[in-house]
Structures are given as structure tokens and as C-alpha cells.
Write a protein of this length. Structure first.
Lengths: 341, 265
């Protein structure tokens, strides 16, 4: 009995220390990876922000097909500000996020006249228009070839500290810090009354409107916040990879975001993060090892279909399900063990 | 007899709403006095719900005006009307079904719980949120639902869901409350309790206008009744007068049947 009690309290302490373990794992991660895997880890961190910001928009019940293009707005804006106007890179990223948010604010007026499927199609059309602008206007957007030799994140050089952000490990930590801070803000928004109002609009927009919620303004607010963080993700991407082009932000890429969100599940904050991490690991480690990485769309499609059929609430529902199964398994013997006492 | 104010708090003048060729509301006028319980009745398809939707801002009127406390509010947004103190409920159990009972009423406190974006983010909205919470619980207590605060709405029986719908609206602190068929689907006991609640809401200083099919409830509850037929005003007056009005009886029963029955007798 004491042994069991001790085991239980250890488990409880371990549960409490989850954030510490997570932090340690995230810090240790790049040192366990090869150089090319480190590069993938950087992009994964950026994608975590992309899909998490997307989830904030879906809280109001609207699914957009333009989110990756909005990320591109942030990427293009930050790259151009740095290249053409010499704006220092961290600041250009912030302004890039602001430009993405401003684009969303303007698009709100036509788009939120629509709901559901119509909004989906409308957002797709709006995204394509933005992409056509990038393609058509070689000056300043570089046309179909896009922008190259985008200024990298400036190195930090002080007497005793020198950080070169060309190194994926260093950029990984930079992205991790920016994305963690962004996720914290997104989380706080969701847990506040603003989040409650977003959910309310999703489930009964007429009722919400009748007690004074300006549903248009709140839908637009969700869109603007989500777009700001997508723009930040775009900036992180642009100054790491050093090149952007219209194809990088095409609807194919949007489909991946949808698959991450759907396979992960959008009911909880961590669902989409789980989706992007698991699918990236499957993609980069399993498929690459098997030499199947060119079959990525095919396999993503299969995973999407399988998860919709067998795990309709996403990967996020897998934990509670396994827990319930585990408890039932252990419930049997434990109950019989208690009987003699 | 009752101490009603003389100036109408809610008034429609020549209200018209067309859907393509169909005239759902046709040059319809009425006035609701402050502190009254005002019934809007009429046979099916008379345009009662459309009238409600126009008053509450879901549809803009094709012609005519709606005045609230002397102000022309025609075509304003529903949320703006709620901020002015004109709040409606919905037919059936239109609620945030996925929320707890308390969270439903907390959404109803939307206008009362103001805070800036940044203060929401860093959590300095705690004081206003606690106040919203208290007000929400107080509203639940008024309806006798405080024990169910943490239940998911989907666990509530129909009668309680209807009361919760009213609680959500009342949490927005309306001056005029529009009730859309508050007694539909209720048994006589539930209807009796709901009627008592509507009276108590009125006694708190809220003017009530309701659309309802339960004739007995309307006759017992309302101070004034407006009868609509084919989108237009038929009669307006006290319950006794309306009950005995030949035009009203004809609208509900039809004249041909009435004559036939008279001949047989």
C-alpha cells in the first residue's frame, strides 16, 4: 500500500511538472537532430504558430482558405521593408504582422457579409487576388519568381555573446521564443471573455447579436488577430529561408494547414499543435526514411480520410480515450484487490 | 387602471415588410406603453414573427418606422438595439447548447461587462468579470435556476431551457423585452409559472411585448392586446374587448364555419 501511495504521489508531481519537462525537451530537441532536421524543426515551429492562429479564427465558426496567403502578406511585407527601406528585421516582422492584420481588416468588409461555405469560397478568392497581385507586379513583388536574398535576422554581437541566426539551432530558439509568446497571447485571448464571445457567435450568432454582441465586429476581430499572428509566422519564415514566391503561399499549402487542424482537432488549444507536430514527424522521419516523401499529398490525404472516419474529434481526443481505456483495464484488478480488505 | 406611462415606449408606424411579391407586414401600426405587458396575436401566418424580426433589427422594414423611446430605430442593427435596451428572445430552445447554464447568462452580460482588449489580455478585467458573474448568478436565482449553474444546457428539460432563454435576455438589462412565443410547448403548470415570471419581470420595471398562441395565457397576462391578420392591424385593446370583437372571432374561426355552425344550432 505505501509503495502504491508513493507511486501515486510521484505521478502527481510529474504531472505538475509537465511544463518543465516540455521546456527541457524543447531546449534539448535541436541537439538531438541532424542539421537538415534542425532546419525542419525551425519550419515546424513557424507552422505551429500558423495553425494555432488559424484555430483562433475557427472559434467563430468560420473556416478561411486564405490563411496561408495572409501569412504570405506578412512575409512579403517584412521582406520588402527590410530590402527596400532598410527597416531593421525584428521591427519589419512586427510591421509585417500589422500589414497582415490590416489586410484582414479590409477583407472583413466583403467577406463577413458571408458565412459558412460562402465565406470559405470568398476567402479563397480574396487570397487568389492577393497572389495574382504578387505575380503581376514584378516591381516590387518580384513576379512569379518572388523575392530573393531577403535580409537575414541580424546577428547579435556583443563583447561576450555572439549569436549567428544563420545557424538553424539559433534560429530555432528565436522562433521558439517568438512563437511561445504568441501562443501565450492567443491562449489568453481564448480564455478571456473575448474567447467566450467567439464561441457564442459560433454556436448561436443570432442569440449573441440579440444580447448586444456586434457579431460582425467580433468575427472581424478574430480574423484580424489570427492574421496578425499568421503575418508574424510569415516574417519568421521569410527571414529564415531568405526567399518567398507566390507558389509558396498557394492553396496546396493551405490544404496542409487544414489537414493539420482537422487531424489534430480544433476543440482544444493544443489539438492543431498536436496535428502539425505529429504529421510533420510522420512526413519528415517516417516517409523520408521509407523514401516516400514525394507521395506526401497522397499520404496526407489518406491520413485525413482515416482520421475523419476513425478519429473524428482529432488526435486531441486520443489522450482522454486512451486514459479511459487504461482506467477500465486497471479498474478490474484493482477492484478485486480491494475486496478482501 | 394600471399606472402605465402615457407615452409609448415602443411604437410602429405604417410598418411594411415585403419578401419579393409577398407582403408579410402591411402598413402595420401599434404602440406599447411603458410598464405594460403587451400581447401580439393573430392566426398563423399573420406576420407576427416577421414583425418581431423587424422591430428587433433582424430585417430592415421595407417602409414605415419603429420608434423606441421616441427615437427612430428602423433598420438599426440588433446589437445596437440591445445596447439601447431593446432585447428579444427566440422561439424554442435557442441557446448556446454547448455552454454551461452560467456561461449562457454570462454571454447575456456582454454589454454590462466592458473592458479593453489589453485588460482582457493581461487579466485586469477581473473586477468587471466578477461583477458579471455575480449578476449572472443573481439572474439565474430570479428564475430559480441557480442550482443548475454548472450543468450543460443540453441536460436541462424544455421548460428550464425556455426560462434560461429569458434569463439570457434579462441579463442584458432590457427596458423592453420582446418574448417570442414564451409558452409554446409548455404544460399548464409550466405556463402558470412562466406567467408569474413575466409579471415579476414587468414589476422590475421592464416593459414586455410578447407573441403567443396560447390564448388563455395571453388573455390573463396582457394589459393590452394587438391582433394582426394578413400582416395588418385588426384590433387593438384590452383583453375583454378583443375577446368579444367579431372581427377577431372571424379571423380565428372564419365566417363561413361560424354561419354554418349557427344554422345547425
Amino acid at each position: 500500500m505505501p509503495a502504491a501511495k508513493a507511486a501515486a504521489s510521484i505521478r502527481r508531481i510529474a504531472w505538475r511538472l509537465r511544463p518543465v519537462f516540455l521546456f527541457a525537451a524543447l531546449v534539448a530537441l535541436p541537439y538531438l537532430l541532424s542539421y537538415s532536421q534542425q532546419e525542419i524543426a525551425v519550419l515546424l515551429v513557424v507552422n505551429v504558430l500558423l495553425v494555432s492562429s488559424y484555430r483562433l479564427l475557427t472559434l467563430t465558426g468560420e473556416w478561411s482558405l486564405g490563411h496561408v496567403v495572409i501569412m504570405g502578406v506578412g512575409a512579403y511585407a517584412s521582406a520588402l521593408l527590410a530590402k527596400q527601406f532598410g527597416v531593421p528585421v525584428p521591427l519589419s516582422m512586427l510591421i509585417g504582422g500589422g500589414m497582415a492584420a490590416a489586410t484582414a481588416a479590409i477583407l472583413s468588409f466583403p467577406l463577413f457579409r458571408m458565412k459558412g461555405f460562402y465565406f470559405l469560397i470568398g476567402s479563397f478568392a480574396a487570397g487568389e487576388i492577393i497572389r495574382l497581385i504578387w505575380k503581376r507586379f514584378t516591381d516590387p513583388f518580384g513576379g512569379p519568381k518572388g523575392l530573393k536574398r531577403i535580409d537575414p535576422f541580424p546577428d547579435i554581437e556583443t563583447g561576450f555573446l555572439s549569436i549567428d541566426f544563420y545557424e538553424p539551432v539559433n534560429y530555432y530558439f528565436l522562433a521558439l521564443a517568438v512563437v511561445s509568446a504568441s501562443l501565450f497571447v492567443l491562449y489568453r485571448i481564448e480564455r478571456s471573455r473575448i474567447g467566450l464571445t467567439f464561441h457564442a457567435i459560433h454556436w448561436q450568432d443570432r442569440l449573441a447579436e440579440s444580447v448586444g454582441v456586434d457579431t460582425f465586429r467580433y468575427r472581424a476581430l478574430a480574423f484580424v488577430i489570427a492574421s496578425f499572428f499568421a503575418g508574424i509566422a510569415g516574417g519568421l519564415y521569410a527571414h529564415y529561408v531568405g526567399a518567398v514566391n507566390p507558389t509558396r503561399f498557394s492553396v496546396d499549402q493551405m490544404v496542409y494547414v487544414l489537414v493539420w487542424a482537422i487531424v489534430g482537432g480544433t476543440a482544444t488549444f493544443h489539438g492543431p499543435i498536436l496535428g502539425v507536430v505529429v504529421l510533420t514527424v510522420i512526413n519528415e522521419i517516417v516517409l523520408r526514411a521509407l523514401g516516400l516523401d514525394t507521395a506526401r499529398p497522397l499520404i496526407y490525404g489518406a491520413i485525413l480520410i482515416l482520421s475523419v472516419l476513425y478519429l473524428p474529434n482529432g488526435l486531441e481526443s486520443l489522450g482522454p480515450r486512451l486514459q479511459a481505456l487504461w482506467r477500465r483495464r486497471r479498474g478490474g484488478p484493482a477492484a478485486t484487490g480491494r475486496e478482501p480488505a | 387602471m394600471n399606472a402605465h406611462g402615457d407615452r409609448p415606449i415602443l411604437e410602429a408606424r405604417g410598418l411594411t415588410r415585403r419578401f419579393g411579391g409577398l407582403v408579410a407586414v402591411d402598413n402595420f401600426s401599434f404602440s406599447v406603453h411603458e410598464g405594460a405587458i403587451h400581447g401580439l396575436i393573430g392566426p398563423n401566418g399573420a406576420g407576427k414573427t416577421t414583425t418581431f424580426n423587424v422591430i428587433s433589427g433582424f430585417y430592415a422594414p421595407t417602409a414605415g418606422q419603429v420608434f423606441f423611446r421616441g427615437l427612430d430605430i428602423s433598420g438599426r442593427k440588433t446589437s445596437a438595439l440591445a445596447a439601447m435596451g431593446l432585447v428579444r428572445t427566440f422561439q424554442g430552445s435557442t441557446l448556446f447548447q454547448e455552454f454551461s447554464v452560467l456561461d449562457n447568462v454570462r454571454v447575456g452580460r456582454h454589454l454590462g461587462a466592458r473592458a479593453g482588449f489589453l485588460s482582457r489580455l493581461i487579466g485586469t478585467d477581473r473586477a468587471s468579470e466578477r461583477e458579471a458573474d455575480d449578476k449572472a448568478r443573481e439572474t439565474l436565482a430570479f428564475f430559480g435556476l441557480e442550482e443548475l449553474a454548472d450543468e450543460p444546457v443540453s441536460n436541462l428539460p424544455h421548460g428550464h431551457q425556455r426560462m434560461l432563454g429569458m434569463a439570457v435576455a434579462l441579463a442584458a438589462e432590457p427596458k423592453v423585452l420582446l418574448l417570442d412565443e414564451p409558452f409554446t410547448g409548455m404544460n399548464p403548470e409550466e405556463t402558470r409559472r412562466m406567467m408569474a415570471l413575466v409579471r415579476r419581470i414587468r414589476d422590475r420595471g421592464v416593459t414586455v411585448m410578447l407573441v403567443e398562441h396560447d390564448m388563455q395565457a395571453v388573455m390573463n397576462l396582457c394589459d393590452t392586446i394587438t391582433v394582426m391578420n394578413f400582416g395588418a392591424l385588426l384590433v387593438e385593446g384590452a383583453p375583454e374587448a378583443v375577446r368579444n370583437d367579431p372581427a377577431v372571432i372571424e379571423a380565428y374561426l372564419g365566417s363561413a364555419t361560424g354561419n354554418g355552425a349557427g344554422d345547425a344550432a
